[in-house]
Ligand binder design. Structure first.
Ligand code: GDP
Ligand code: MG
Length: 183
């Protein structure tokens, strides 16, 4: 079994804990308490090894550090990302400021973590708040194309998800596992 250390970073209230909770427990709380310091959880995914002669499934265990987004805990973050194999940098697609915060986390990771094998995944959360019939219900404040272009330019994986409905959550961890397995 492979083990990878994963850290979540991003502004407070973007849904970091909710994403972890969806992935680990497949549940969602509307009124979740903010994280103090950091929380540790783990979960596994299985990936297919198609390169070997005999197709086989590989179990990948994620050791997840869910950090608190508040400014007063910012100095603790290096402790969690220093030895990480992957970082989920989360923003809220209904809060433009949260993408700016995400960019600053990406910059910090690129400056402080000299390991090229760190997989950075930019995640836009809360897509359930965006309606498809573009009326007043649409709360989107960050265009998908803006975040996607930024991610491409900076070599980040990217997707939009909803911790509330579960849309896209499993795939994020699945593709991180596949990426890390290839490294
Ligand atoms: P964190 O501070 O980044 O860990 O954010 P939380 O996971 O504590 O979530 C902050 C708030 O956003 C909570 O009220 C959550 O219920 C809400 N939230 C989190 N994810 C989603 C989502 O995908 N959709 C919606 N509508 N609300 C969400
Ligand atoms: Mg939290």
């Amino acid at each position: 079994m492979l083990q990878f250390k994963l850290v979540l970073l991003g502004d407070s209230s973007v849904g970091k804990s909710s994403i972890v909770n969806r992935f680990v427990k497949d549940s969602f709380d509307e009124f979740r308490e903010s994280t103090i310091g950091a929380a540790f959880l783990s979960q596994t995914v299985t990936i297919n090894d198609n390169d070997s002669d005999v197709a086989q499934e590989i179990t990948v265990k994620f050791e997840i550090w869910d950090t608190a987004g508040q400014e007063r805990y910012k100095s603790l973050a290096p402790m969690y990302y220093r030895n990480a194999n992957a970082a989920l940098v989360v923003y809220d697609i209904t809060q433009a400021d949260s993408l700016e915060k995400a960019r600053s986390w990406v910059q910090e990771l690129k400056n402080k973590v000299d390991d090229d094998s760190l997989v950075i995944y930019l995640v836009g959360n809360k897509i359930d708040l965006v309606s498809n019939n573009n009326d007043d219900q649409d709360k989107r404040a960050v265009e998908r194309s803006v975040a996607e272009t930024y991610a491409e330019e900076n070599n980040l994986l990217f997707s939009e998800v909803s911790a509330k409905t579960g849309e896209g959550i499993k795939q994020v961890f699945q593709s991180i596992a596949e990426n890390l397995y290839q490294i």
